[in-house]
Every structure is written in structure tokens, then in C-alpha cells.
Write a protein that binds this ligand. Structure first.
Ligand SMILES: Nc1nc2c(ncn2[C@@H]2O[C@H](COP(=O)(O)OP(=O)(O)OP(=O)(O)O)[C@@H](O)[C@H]2O)c(=O)[nH]1
Ligand SMILES: [Zn+2]
Length: 353
């Protein structure tokens, strides 16, 4: 397929950031992968990699960013002149003494929020991803996979659709390209898509179907700082339809932030303890026959861990839906949607001027 700047996602928004002098003398390259030691970029003609140190002033970078290079310097370890402003940015909060924001992917048009029609389906998680997409100024599409594995999908679709009146929900068997026609509207040349969703919901399967290439064969190996070999999935794919699909380890790890199963998995022993308490509604504070208190006293359960479990559980419960909360959030989502539409319109107006 013919690749030019437009098919790589170049838009008037980026073009208008170039000065008249820069127009003939520079070339923009899109960041396709970020590794510890180097950053990979792509122009219509070539791909090359630059040492991370050369981008120190431009950090933090995200996959999908556009970097500007001197047109005569398009080779490995060329120094980028600057990074162009982003149309959208998906970032995550970093933990630590100071809460920071780590960019993950940028200049994405559409986020496929993938969930499967089985026990993985979790409305609070979908909602968390939805807010993420809207915050990032990216159009969210809910993709419900494994439709072949359930007898009726109507309930899943109804629940997902209720998250917002304008929300698009697509249902498919991710292995079957014929069932992915509904997604093609967002996969046109020049469009950039990112995927989120829990492990095992079918993200790689979707990529394989849409890109007709095996994800596993795209892996590259690199040495990390300690000389260990790590396998890093390649991150930007050209779909058969001409669109671009970003699949970075960073996006895949986003799921860790929102995983209810995580609490159950990590604290399985604590949850087992709780089932042994004498009273079903034990608050584990001072009731007789509380096996949590017994385990704490006997030093069989770490107090820090118990506190952390309670904290995560509280956070998880806060996310749980009540009708009133959902209504309130829908109104907030509505406001966000309107804001995004207005901003997009004003950007369009600027571009059209
Ligand atoms: N029957 C059926 N199986 C599916 C479908 N989508 C994915 N699978 C299967 O589910 C399993 C997991 O799919 P993956 O595509 O690896 O899931 P993933 O989201 O990429 O998982 P991670 O790489 O862990 O993030 C594989 O065995 C797929 O063949 C579907 O729509 N129908
Ligand atoms: Zn108890």
C-alpha cells in the first residue's frame, strides 16, 4: 500500500505548526516505538532509530508523536529539532512521591475499548476506559469480542450502550475479519487507533485479523540497561484498510490500574480468611470470632497488607455503580463529549481558515 504523510496520520493541525522556512527544509517523522535506549521513527520513505539521549529535551515522548527533522538528516541518531503539539494524548498517572503523568500514546483518533462477552465483562472497567478516552480527546468505541461464545449478546450490548447515549458498541468474533466490517469506518487511511482491554479479551486477535500479520513475528529483542534481553512488542501496525494501529506495552499495562480481579488475585488468601469469620457481616474490627483479627494477632497476616487490601477494596467499591452515580457520571460524560466536540469544531475552523 502507498504510504505518504497523510496515511501516516499527518493532518493540517500538524502542518500549520511549521514555519514557512521549515516547510521545505524539514521532514516530520512519527514515533513508532519507544525503548529504553532508543526511539524508532517512521517517515513515508524510511524508518530509523535515534538514541534516547538525543531526545532528552523533548521528553517525555509518546508513541504516535510527530518529531521534526532537518530534511538532510534522516538517518540513525539524527537529532530531532522539536516535537509537534499533540492532537490527543493518552497518559497514565505515575505513582511515587509526586504524582506525575506519563504519556503513552498520542495523536490517536479512536480508542477501541475491548471486552469479551463473558465473565471478563465489567461495566465499571469499561466506564473507566471510557473516561480515559474522553479525557484524552479520543473517540471511544466499545468492541465486544467472543460473541460466538455466548448465547445472547443483547444484555452485554444493552449494558455497554447505557454508559453514554452516543456510545458506539460493536460486537464480533475477533477471529473473523468478516465480522469486523463495523470497525472499518475507523480504520481508514490516516486514522490512528489504539486498543485497551484486559488480558485475554482478544486484542492481539483483533490486530491479527485487521492487520493480516502475526503480532508474535513482529517482536524485536533488545538489551535492557542491565544487559538482559527483553522482548518488546513492535508498536505501530499498518492495517489492511490503511489505518494505523498502535499496540504498546504501556497501553496493555493500563489495565493494571483498573483491575478488580487484581485485588482478588493478589489478596486471595485474605479473602479466604474473611470467609472464616464467625459473622457474615464482620467488619473485622472487634467482633468475636474474626479470623482476620486472629491472623493479625498471630502475625500470620501483615498489617500493612491488610490496610492496603482495605484501601484497594474501598477504591473498587467507589467505582461500583449505583443508578444515581451512573446518572451523575453520564451527565459529566455528556459535558465532556460536548466540550470535545466544541474543541474539535474550533480546531477545524482554525484549519479551514
Ligand atoms: N472464540 C473466540 N475466541 C477468541 C476471540 N477473540 C480472541 N479469542 C481467543 O482468546 C484468546 C486470547 O486472545 P488474545 O488476542 O491473545 O487476547 P489479548 O487481549 O491480546 O491478551 P493479552 O495479550 O494478554 O493482553 C486466544 O486464544 C484467542 O484465540 C473471539 O472473538 N472468539
Ligand atoms: Zn472478621
Amino acid at each position: 500500500m502507498f504510504i505518504n504523510h497523510l496515511t501516516l496520520g499527518w493532518k493540517p493541525f500538524f502542518q500549520q505548526q511549521l514555519t514557512l522556512d521549515e516547510l521545505p527544509s524539514t521532514v516530520a517523522a512519527r514515533v513508532t516505538a519507544i525503548h529504553r535506549s532508543h526511539i524508532q521513527v517512521l517517515t513515508p520513505e524510511k524508518t530509523f532509530s535515534i538514541d534516547t539521549a538525543l531526545c532528552a529535551k523533548l521528553q517525555p515522548l509518546a508513541v504516535g508523536d510527530w518529531l521534526l527533522f532537518d530534511a538532510t538528516e534522516l538517518h540513525d541518531n539524527a537529532r530531532p529539532l522539536r516535537r509537534l503539539s499533540r492532537l490527543s494524548l493518552i497518559a497514565r498517572k505515575t505513582a511515587g512521591e509526586q504524582v506525575g503523568v506519563q504519556p503513552i500514546v498520542s495523536n490517536v483518533d479512536t480508542l477501541f475499548i475491548v471486552s469479551s462477552c463473558n465473565q471478563d465483562f465489567n461495566i465499571s472497567r469499561l466506564e473507566r476506559y471510557l473516561v480515559l478516552a474522553l479525557e484524552a480527546q479520543v473517540t471511544p468505541i466499545i468492541v465486544l469480542t467472543k460473541s460466538d461464545q455466548c448465547t445472547t449478546i443483547d444484555d452485554f450490548v444493552a449494558q455497554a450502550s447505557k454508559l453514554h447515549p452516543n456510545l458506539i458498541v460493536e460486537v464480533c468474533d475477533a477471529r473473523d475479519l468478516n465480522q469486523l466490517q463495523g470497525l472499518q469506518a475507523w480504520c481508514k487511511p490516516g486514522q490512528t487507533i489504539a486498543l485497551v482491554g484486559s488480558s485475554g479479551v482478544g486484542k492481539s486477535t483483533l490486530i491479527n485479523s485487521l492487520c493480516h500479520q502475526q503480532v508474535s513475528t513482529q517482536s524485536i529483542r533488545e538489551d535492557d540497561a542491565k544487559g538482559r534481553h527483553t522482548t518488546t512488542a513492535r508498536t505501530l501496525y499498518v492495517m489492511d484498510s490503511g489505518g494505523l494501529l498502535i499496540d504498546t506495552p504501556g497501553m496493555r499495562e493500563l489495565q493494571l490500574l483498573s483491575s478488580e480481579e487484581g485485588v482478588q488475585n493478589v489478596f486471595a488468601d485474605v479473602e479466604a480468611l474473611i470467609t472464616n469469620c464467625r459473622f457474615n457481616n464482620c467488619t473485622h474490627e472487634n467482633e468475636p470470632g474474626c479470623s482476620v483479627q486472629q491472623a493479625l494477632t498471630a502475625n500470620q497476616l501483615d498489617r500493612r497488607r491488610w490496610k492496603n487490601y482495605q484501601k484497594l477494596l474501598k477504591e473498587q467499591r467507589r467505582n461500583a455503580e449505583t443508578l444515581a452515580q451512573q446518572h451523575q457520571r453520564n451527565r459529566q460524560l455528556g459535558k465532556l463529549y460536548r466540550k470535545i466536540k466544541q474543541e474539535k469544531q474550533s480546531r477545524k475552523n482554525i484549519n479551514d481558515e
